[in-house]
Design a protein around this ligand. Structure first.
Ligand code: ADP
Length: 230
């Protein structure tokens, strides 16, 4: 597993009177295979997730992946840490399923190698019959799965998923959950669906820009429920 390390991290958006601190003095080291992140809307979870692959660099403090600082080694970090957005439309960039899956490989492989690799992963994830399907005609669940596959095909060692099931019905939620469960990669998942975190090794609970609990899924669930008054 990779070592994801945040040291004295504070992050703020905006400047001057518009400055808003969304993460405050966070230090945490993550090495477990399965890490969950929960918390109320606006508590800083997405920002935390984005810090892990350098999509966001901290206002103060450092974030590193296997010793590589996200500020100075952005490219290496992004190669190691794949990121899936809540909204798959934010990352589906090509007109057909197979082109989208191959998109991230174009610079690393020849055309025939890309085609071979794409065909293999589409088969693995049950999308082989959809290779030529226009991406804009896919259902929400298919899009979410495609976004995941398009990241997985680039073989990141860590996968960061920001609320990957928010748009999905129960069946597609299960599908994504099963796909994620079977992955050899390290996974960091932000979610409101606590059932997805049952088998996770560690769960972080955020509240108003701070990490307020770092424990087992059952500890996190109890704390999160209490925070939400549920
Ligand atoms: P969560 O994922 O827990 O909902 P976020 O990390 O998305 O929390 O957001 C934390 C706070 O930061 C929210 O108040 C949000 O409005 C604000 N925020 C997030 N992204 C930006 C941005 N790019 N510019 C300004 N404010 C932002």
């Amino acid at each position: 597993m990779s070592r994801l390390e945040l040291t004295g991290v504070t992050h703020a958006y905006g400047v001057g009177s518009a400055r808003r601190e969304v993460l405050t003095d966070l230090s945490v080291t993550l090495t477990e295979p399965r890490i969950g992140v929960v918390g109320a809307n606006g508590s800083g979870k997405s920002t935390f997730a984005r810090l892990l692959n350098g999509l966001v660099v901290p206002t103060r403090g450092t974030v590193s992946v296997d010793g590589l600082d996200t500020r100075t080694h952005a490219k290496d970090v992004r190669r190691r840490v794949g990121f899936c957005f809540t909204d798959p439309d934010a990352q589906i960039v090509m007109p057909t399923v197979q082109e989208d899956v191959g998109f991230g490989l174009r610079r690393r492989m020849s055309k025939s190698q890309v085609a071979e690799r794409v065909a293999a992963v589409l088969e693995t994830y049950g999308l082989a019959g959809h290779a030529d399907h226009p991406t804009h005609l896919l259902s929400g669940g298919q899009k979410q799965l495609l976004a995941l596959v398009s990241v997985l095909v680039t073989e990141p060692s860590v996968l960061v998923l920001d609320e990957p099931t928010t748009l999905l019905d129960l069946r597609n939620t299960r599908r994504v959950a099963e796909t994620v469960a079977g992955l050899p990669q390290q996974v960091v998942m932000v979610t409101h669906d606590l059932d997805l975190l049952d088998d996770f090794d560690r769960v972080l609970v955020f509240d108003r820009a701070r990490l307020v609990l770092d424990g087992s899924p059952s500890e996190a669930l109890a704390h999160y429920r209490a925070l939400m008054g549920a």
